[in-house]
Ligand binder design. Structure first.
Ligand SMILES: *[C@@H]1O[C@H](CO)[C@@H](O)[C@H](O)[C@H]1NC(C)=O
Ligand SMILES: *[C@@H]1O[C@H](CO)[C@@H](O)[C@H](O)[C@H]1NC(C)=O
Ligand SMILES: *[C@@H]1O[C@H](CO)[C@@H](O)[C@H](O)[C@H]1NC(C)=O
Ligand SMILES: *[C@@H]1O[C@H](CO)[C@@H](O)[C@H](O)[C@H]1NC(C)=O
Ligand SMILES: *[C@@H]1O[C@H](CO)[C@@H](O)[C@H](O)[C@H]1NC(C)=O
Length: 330
């Protein structure tokens, strides 16, 4: 008797969960088809960009570097400035959308809440705005490259030299080049550096967006193909790569790493807590699947740029030069 009662409860629970999920999905799916959130997003005005005045203007074939940073995260801005100052690179810090931005809040009720978190919508919009900025700045050029970094990365200190040591042709074949492989298994070997151990591989499932180079016509393509966000931006890109609509390469071993998030360095995008039980289980699971597939694990960079960086210098530089949204973010 007791067994049957429990059994019934379980059936009821599954049934109601199914009904709830279906209603939720259909409700949002219906609205989703009339949604044009892209209209809310415009290219960034130059006055919103915060320029870091390094004397090297290019990295690989890319002639612009954009770093996405929330104005309310000056700690990460400092690290990004320190990173660029150490490599002496010119870069532009661009404001990220937050979950409180008007453009994001106004889209919230159309969001498919099962497949897309609010933070992921903000992340999608932030990258979309940089692509639009690139598209607007390269109207007559299809083959101009730019780098897009998120603000929580570290770079291999030899990145500029390593990128130079690859064949020039990689820049003519790819739409996107990832500096890191995000735990992806390497696809076909495309190129081997003549001087370093680094290789360029076809990226099969590049599920991360913390450091990638993008070609100007690929930016235009993504604006068009991803104009309606239905899932996290990295998953959407993986889908386009799967469908052969985009060609992506990644560099092994990685030249960029995402800094681990923690309570003192919270992630703005994922809100995941790396100390949490679930995260650790996922991490172990990922390690196990890498071990099965024989992916070499690179836990850290060979020579970290941030370790060489002078944060004191970056803080005082930031405080001296930031203005507008960067200074008055509250
Ligand atoms: C887009 O590019 C045009 C021409 O380069 C420029 O005049 C305009 O200000 C840009 N728009 C934005 C929003 O930056
Ligand atoms: C960048 O600005 C700082 C402060 O004005 C200056 O000391 C430095 O020489 C500049 N660097 C370049 C490459 O222009
Ligand atoms: C850029 O690409 C588009 C679409 O592929 C094409 O129509 C256009 O002519 C190209 N422009 C240049 C300058 O190559
Ligand atoms: C790491 O750096 C050392 C010293 O510069 C170099 O000899 C070695 O080849 C590098 N290893 C990798 C994996 O890049
Ligand atoms: C870091 O920069 C500060 C201020 O520019 C300078 O006083 C200090 O000597 C630098 N530290 C190192 C280790 O270079």
């Amino acid at each position: 008797m007791l067994f049957i009662q429990r059994y019934n409860k379980a059936i009821c629970l599954i049934y109601f969960t199914f009904i709830f999920l279906s209603i939720n999905y259909l409700y949002h799916f219906k609205n989703y088809s009339i949604l044009h959130p892209i209209q809310q997003i415009k290219p960034l005005d130059r006055s919103l960009l915060f320029r870091i005045n390094g004397s090297t203007k290019s990295l690989g074939k890319a002639t612009s570097i954009y770093i996405i940073n929330l104005p309310s995260r000056p700690d990460r801005r400092t690290e990004s400035i320190a990173l660029m100052q150490t490599l002496n690179l010119e870069a532009f810090i661009v404001p990220a959308y937050s979950v409180q931005s008007v453009e994001i809040v106004s889209q919230n009720r159309y969001r498919n809440k099962l497949l897309l978190k609010l933070t992921e919508l903000a992340c999608w919009a932030s990258h979309m705005r940089v692509w639009m900025t690139i598209a607007n700045n390269t109207l007559l050029h299809n083959n101009t490259w730019s780098f897009i970094f998120e603000d929580d990365i570290d770079l291999e200190i030899d990145t500029p030299r390593i990128l130079k040591s690859f064949s020039h042709s990689i820049w003519n074949e790819a739409d996107l080049i990832y500096l890191g492989h995000c735990g992806d298994i390497p696809g076909t070997l495309i190129d081997q550096s003549w001087k370093h151990i680094h290789r360029v591989h076809q990226a099969l499932r590049p599920s991360c967006t913390h450091a990638y180079a993008i070609r100007s016509d690929a930016a235009r393509k993504l604006i068009y193909l991803l104009s309606k966000p239905s899932r996290a931006i990295d998953d959407s890109i993986v889908k386009l790569v799967d469908n052969h609509q985009l060609v992506a390469y990644s560099i092994h071993p990685p030249l960029a790493m995402q800094l681990p998030s923690s309570n003192t360095n919270p992630s703005d995008v994922n809100h995941r807590n790396e100390q949490s039980f679930i995260y650790r289980i996922q991490f172990l699971f990922k390690k196990f699947s890498h071990w099965l597939k024989r992916v070499p694990s690179y836990e850290k960079l060979n020579k970290s740029t941030l370790q060489k960086a002078n944060l004191t210098k970056a803080i005082s530089w930031r405080k001296m030069y930031e203005k507008g949204v960067w200074k008055n973010y509250n």
